[in-house]
Write a protein that binds this ligand. Structure first.
Ligand code: SF4
Length: 490
């Protein structure tokens, strides 16, 4: 978690060099110089026992560095959506066991998707015997969420868009009440837009992440203010008026919190104001509410931008040129409020400008994330960078790498589990398996019913359309009742 006096990670760009500062430099060292003996042991264990490893982006740099140094090809680091897909592919390519590095809903998803793909006999293990929880997933298990869904179930044409950070049993119970589709932060906007384009008058109930719900509402408002051509670029079925109509049918839950992001969002804004008030501030439309509002304030003063990744890149390049051409000594510092992958084009193009100008000035990119957060880029220029990677399934906010639950996936725990696989009895390994969820709901196991919203999302990912079974379910399930929920927060 971001501590009070931690500086933001900084990358200093000069015309010929890149200098990481502070905790970013330490993370880079841990990532780039893993212990060779550990790499050798893990690699040998994985290859000998045919173990595939699917890891979430938010593993710490030491563990990610060891994984990256192994040459066993069945290791994948990705968002939670891709984790399950990669597990399936690894089994198809000969892996006999899948180890999941993440929190429990991720291993449950992987188990459900492997079962659906016909790999019920392939063991899936987590690296801890105890529960690897998630405060956000827990908030969807509370009574308040049940009440929210009851209201949805009494609303005609209601569809529940549930964030993937929830347990299978939550998804199952929700789907029994309201037709449900899973989403991640990378596909939630398109899921909502597509639903409303395919289902007239659909009422969208999003949850449990309150911050994401608020951001989605803010984004819909921002889209409403755009011209029709820009709106159509987001989704061809829309103009600003249709977005406004959709926003009135969008509802979000108010009591779903991720402990990490709750701390992080407030602290980011405070820190930028206190420590980096003279920096320029940029933010993608999808960042958390606090960061979004801050960047909007800076934009009004001409010192920031809110927009797409190309808007952000364009702003940084333009400001750099302006300052160099004016000869002013204004600091060239930019808070980068978007995914980590953006840094590569920024570095290349800023260096070009500095070289063309023959300038010895430096440009600092400040990453408003928890100091230990890193993401891999697959680029030789910068193999890791601070912050979150695009498409992550944890949340829209930065700083997930410091989640106390994610930290339960230690390198030692992974090594110990790999040593035991194939040696220990099934009973000894049973506590490492994902929960089985054999209870039945509406005559189906929770695992089976809870897997359906994930399959709906996968179908949407593959075809760009919501599956017809889901559409029909939304139209017919909750009937032409006479209750219509008020828009907004419930
Ligand atoms: S950082 Fe991610 S896994 Fe950790 S509590 Fe928050 S949502 Fe859950």
């Amino acid at each position: 978690m971001l501590r009070a006096m931690d500086p933001f990670p900084v990358l200093r760009i000069t015309k010929d060099d890149l200098v990481p500062e502070g905790s970013f430099a330490e993370s880079q060292a841990a990532f780039l110089k893993p212990d060779p003996a550990v790499v050798e042991e893990l690699n040998a264990l994985l290859a000998k026992k045919k173990i595939g490893v699917v890891a979430h982006f938010y593993m710490d740099p030491e563990l990610q560095g060891v994984l990256a140094a192994c040459d066993w090809k069945h290791i994948g680091v990705s968002d939670s959506l891709l984790m399950a897909d990669r597990g399936i592919r690894m089994v198809a390519e000969g892996c006999e066991t899948i180890v999941v590095l993440g929190v429990d809903f991720m291993s449950e998803n992987a188990r459900a998707m492997l079962d659906d793909a016909g790999h019920r006999d392939t063991p899936v293990y987590r690296v801890a015997q105890e529960e690897i929880g998630c405060s956000l997933a827990e908030s969807a298990e509370k009574q308040a969420y049940g009440a929210y869904l009851m209201q949805a179930s009494e609303t005609p044409r209601s569809m529940h868009v549930v964030y993937i950070n929830t347990s299978l049993v939550t998804k199952a119970k929700a789907h029994a009440l309201v037709p449900t589709i899973t989403c991640t932060s990378s596909n939630v906007v398109q899921t909502i837009l597509q639903a409303s384009s395919q289902i007239e008058d659909v009422q969208i109930f999003f949850g449990p992440d309150t911050y994401m719900g608020e951001n989605l509402e803010s984004m819909l408002r921002a889209y409403e203010a755009m011209d029709d051509q820009a709106v159509r670029a987001l989704h061809p079925a829309y103009d600003a008026g249709k977005i406004a109509a959709l926003r009135k049918r969008f509802h979000h839950f108010q009591q779903g919190n991720c402990v990490v992001h709750h701390m992080f969002g407030e602290d980011v804004v405070k820190r930028v104001k206190e420590k980096h008030a003279d920096a320029f501030v940029t933010a993608h439309l999808e960042v958390p509410g606090e960061m979004f509002a801050l960047a909007l304030d800076y934009q009004h003063e001409g010192r920031g931008v809110v927009g797409s990744t190309s808007n952000i890149l364009g702003f940084i390049l333009r400001k750099t040129r302006e300052v160099l051409e004016s000869g002013s000594d204004e600091k060239l510092q930019f808070v980068l409020g978007t995914e980590a992958g953006m840094i590569t084009p920024i570095v290349r193009q800023v260096q070009e400008i500095l070289r063309e100008a023959g300038s010895d000035r430096s440009v600092d990119i400040l990453f408003p994330v928890a100091s230990e957060a890193v993401a891999q880029t697959n680029e030789s220029l910068l193999p890791i960078v601070p912050g979150v990677a695009a498409g992550e399934g944890c949340s829209v906010a930065g700083g997930c790498a410091t989640c106390p639950y994610m930290k339960m996936n230690s390198l030692d725990a992974l090594l110990e589990l790999c040593r035991r696989i194939g040696e220990a009895s099934p009973e000894e390994l049973a506590p490492f398996e994902p929960k089985k969820y054999t209870e039945t709901i509406d005559g189906r196991t929770a695992a089976d019913l809870g897997g359906e919203p994930i399959l709906h999302m996968r179908a949407f990912q593959q075809t760009d359309e919501l599956p017809q079974t889901l559409v029909d379910d939304v139209i017919h399930r909750n009937g032409p009742g006479d209750t219509v929920a008020e828009p907004g927060v419930l």
